[in-house]
Design a protein around this ligand. Structure first.
Ligand SMILES: [Zn+2]
Ligand SMILES: [Zn+2]
Length: 102
């Protein structure tokens, strides 16, 4: 019901933690507290895996998974940093960067 309202941790004190009994979807480790209330069936990551993922992505922006085609070169696009609207022309990362730099 609630929209995702788990804002990125600001590192401040007094952040409410939710106690529970979950499992990390990556390493199966037990998770006993989370900074947000997870939805049922939501994939959860323990602190270590979360940090690892954050490091590899280098940004905390969520990626939208899907199956699109680049309107410039016809390459398949499988993830985007935003949810595209229907009929929107999309560019793969290469074309996007090429356009940006031109
Ligand atoms: Zn883990
Ligand atoms: Zn392209």
């Amino acid at each position: 019901m609630d929209e995702e309202k788990n804002s990125p941790p600001a590192g401040g004190a007094g952040r409410p933690m939710f106690q529970g009994n979950w499992k990390c979807s990556e390493c199966d480790k037990e998770i006993t507290e989370l900074p947000f209330q997870p939805n049922e069936g939501q994939e959860l990551s323990c602190k270590e895996c979360y940090a690892k993922k954050r490091n590899t992505q280098r940004s905390s922006r969520p990626m939208v998974q899907g199956n699109w085609t680049c309107s410039d070169c016809g390459k398949a696009i499988t993830e985007l940093p935003f949810q595209p609207s229907e009929g929107q022309s999309l560019s793969c990362r290469d074309c996007y960067l090429a356009k940006k730099n031109s």
